[in-house]
Design a protein around this ligand. Sequence first.
Ligand code: BJW
Ligand code: ZN
Length: 242
Amino acid sequence: MIFFNHQVQEARSRIASARAVTVLTGAGISADSGVPTFRGADGFWRNFRAEELATPEAFERNPRLVWEWYNWRRETLATKKPNDAHYALARLEGRAQDFHLITQNVDGLHRLAGSRRMSELHGDIWKVRCTNCHHIADNRDVPLALLPHCHTCGGLLRPHIVWFGESLDEQVLANSFQAVESCDVMVIVGTSGLVYPAAMLMPSAKDHGAFVIEVNLDSTAYSPDVALSLHGRAKDIVPLLL
Ligand code: BJW
Ligand code: ZN
């Protein structure tokens, strides 16, 4: 515990004296709000894993099934609130000289907590996109009609989310790399570090000289390479860092 306190102190002082802080979050930060993670024991829906449903091929084969999954997740998320870790990061944005939040999460909880300087790498579950005219619209309907259609052209709508095998938005990705390459401290919260290209952000920060701090319940793909690994719940540890 003394060792742990010492690590927390070091993380605090690194963040306090940093010119630029970049934070990368994943499903673990929202686990403390009751949102299931992707690769944890609760990551199943019926008998499916995310990898089987979050693909353009799955949507082409069975759009109704994929929409049922998203409907279920939107219903679950509509009852969830940001936790102390989300709020702490929103406060840090107001305090740090230069701050950027990169999230892989699509749940919208960072925005609800007040974060604004943010890149959403994998999209937003509260937006829909037309598969025909590509128009993107906010949509908070819960439940959504299964097989929802575009008001403009009648085309089939899909979630505005980056599925496996699809490219991330170029500008969002470029902004994210710029933020990790120019920061002096990077904080990584609640991600397994298994999904690319997000997984390349930490090595890139390190190559550019950043001090990297990880907050996670367990060891991850990043743990051997980071400067500090803080093990525990995001909602308990992240507020201690500010
Ligand atoms: C806690 C906690 C608590 C729990 N407190 N911590 C290079 C090499 C190999 C493969 C590829 C590669 N480049 C591209 C690929 C293919 C693929 C990929 O990465 N595959 C890997 C699985 C191997 N990537 C892509 O397809 C990407 N596209 C792309 O690169 O296009 C070009 C291209 C294509 C194909 C080949 C080559 C190039 C797109 C990836 C989009 C991923 N989108 C998803 C699904 C969205 C669906 C949806 O949400 O509706 O996004 S995947 C899923 O994983 C989701 C997440 O954002 C993402 C990351 O997961 P995350 O957040 O890390 O969650 P978990 O569950 O994995 O981990 C939770 C962590 O929290 C754990 O560590 C816990 O310990 C911790 N934890 N409770 C603190 N309370
Ligand atoms: Zn349309």
